[in-house]
Write a protein that binds this ligand. Structure first.
Ligand code: LLP
Length: 470
């Protein structure tokens, strides 16, 4: 807690130290908004030429507003950057991680833009297959795949199943046998890397549920068993170290450890593993504290690491694949809310906090509650000359942890009926959405060239009541 340097009249004492006092609270901060986001002549925010007031009128709020060109631009940027960085070696593919956000239209864009697709449940696989996504470009993940999921993936002809445990090797082999086909598999290796991110989204340290441990020898044993299984083709090794990661240090350690395993397999089993998947996890800018690197810089950095370490181990540089989800989907989308109740809550002495309630909340963005994420927001239906106030944007759920944006400056005259936009909600917001308190989930609309297209319609109370058949 601190007072603003301009004195007590400016904002209140509730701003965290990282949050700069805005020179102009109406500014669209660079890097936080999709490429098609701008202020229209009268000050309202528009996305791809569509005024947010029109979106609110036509589809209501809350609504996820996805800038189609932005999404596709990022998808292609990752595809090109990694392809380019490994062009002089065995090449690299990019699989979009559908868990970040998936629907039929997104699957079709990803297909058209030449990426593969990472799915991790039968449900995500069903979306991809219904959209006509080519099965050979799908990777199926999951630490607890059911037999039905494995069977369906094999029947559809998915390009690879990423095996996550020793027991799964026999299960995939047996199902492939029953179906009289062969299964291409990767093995997910736990490299023991402690990614610098929130505990719940770091995935390669030892004490968690994913993957086959390198240090315990499970990963080597999995390679041995896979090579001797009658129906399995070992495509390569996989490592995903976590999510919302900004530096390449974690990838460096993971790549070194996994390449050592490749060398060990070569030396002890006489088999050459020529493909690696280093997962996703590239961080995005949710607020001014975050400084993500461009896909080009990331790809060049990781290529340098992989090439150098392959040379050190006298290995051919393998074919690489990557699985970004957040960095493609996240920045493409903003959530549009309407302001309702506003409360100025006294915190003792001169301290106070302005609580601005919106018509959604933790049911459409649980990341603040779950990961302590710091989102930003903007008054988007108009500009204002009022002095900035630190606010806390909260939802309509029956829970005090129902916070969407912990701290942000909004114009002090923010009032009921105003539109507020929260940027960078394209990843893990809709896909983590719930019906808590029987609040129907918002729609996802794509905007492009001045047009609005509904990708996922708003859930209705009838939808919810329809589930209640008892
Ligand atoms: N590949 C694998 C094997 C993964 O497990 C994940 C994410 C990704 C790729 C994509 O990671 P990304 O590039 O999107 O960071 N719900 C959490 C994130 C969970 C990530 C799970 N796995 C959040 O909202 O931050």
């Amino acid at each position: 807690m601190r007072a603003h340097e301009a004195g007590a009249l400016h904002g209140n004492d509730a701003a965290p130290t990282w949050l700069p006092y805005p020179a102009d609270v109406n500014t669209l901060i660079d890097g936080l908004w999709s490429r098609g986001t701008a202020r229209a002549a009268d000050g309202a925010v528009e996305v791809a030429g569509v005024d947010v007031r029109r979106i609110a009128e036509e589809v209501g709020t809350p609504a996820f507003v996805l800038d189609e060109d932005d999404f596709r631009h990022r998808a292609r940027a990752f595809r090109d950057a990694f392809g380019e960085a490994f062009r002089d070696h065995a090449g690299a593919d990019v699989y979009y991680a559908g868990k970040a956000f998936l629907c039929g239209a997104v699957a079709r864009w990803v297909e058209e833009d030449g990426l593969g697709l990472d799915v991790c449940t039968g449900g995500e696989l069903a979306v991809a297959l219904r959209a006509g996504f080519p099965a050979e470009r799908i990777a199926l993940h999951g630490n607890n795949k059911s037999d039905a999921e494995i069977r369906r993936a094999l029947e559809a002809g998915v390009g690879r199943i990423v095996i996550d445990s020793l027991g799964e090797i026999d299960r995939v082999d047996a199902i492939a046998q029953q179906l009289d086909l062969r299964a291409s598999v990767m093995l997910r290796v736990t490299t023991g890397v402690e990614a610098h991110t929130h505990e719940f989204i770091a995935t390669a340290h030892e004490d968690q549920k994913f993957g086959l441990s390198l240090t315990a020898g499970d990963a080597f044993e999995a390679v041995r068993r896979t090579l001797s299984a009658s129906r399995l083709d070992l495509v390569g090794l996989h490592s995903h170290i976590g999510s919302q990661i900004f530096d390449t240090g974690g990838f460096e350690v993971a790549a070194r450890r996994i390449l050592r395993l490749v060398a060990q397999v070569r030396d002890e089993l006489g088999y050459t593993i020529d493909q690696l998947d280093l997962g996703g996890g590239f961080g995005v800018m949710y607020n001014t504290q975050h400084t993500p690197q461009t896909p080009e810089v990331l790809a060049a950095g990781i290529a340098e690491i992989v090439v150098r370490q392959s040379r050190e181990l006298e290995l051919e540089v393998p074919h690489l694949s990557f699985e970004p989800g957040r960095a493609i989907a996240g920045p493409s989308t903003q959530t549009l809310y309407t302001v309702g109740t506003i409360k100025d809550v006294r915190l003792g002495g001169p301290h106070h906090r302005l609580y601005v309630s919106v018509d959604g909340g933790m049911s459409d963005n649980v990341r603040t509650a779950l990961y302590d994420a710091d989102y930003s927001c903007l008054l988007s239906g108009r500009v204002s000359e009022a002095a900035p106030e630190v606010v806390r944007v909260v939802g309509k759920h029956c829970e005090s942890g129902d916070i969407v944006v912990k701290d942000e400056y909004l114009p002090g005259d923010v009032r009921p009926g105003d539109l507020v936009s929260v940027p960078v909600t394209g990843a893990y917001c809709y896909s983590l959405a719930s019906n808590y308190n029987h609040v129907p989930r918002p729609p996802v609309v794509a905007v492009k060239d001045g047009e609005i297209r509904t990708l996922i319609r708003r859930e209705t109370e009838e939808d919810l009541l329809g589930l209640d058949v008892g």
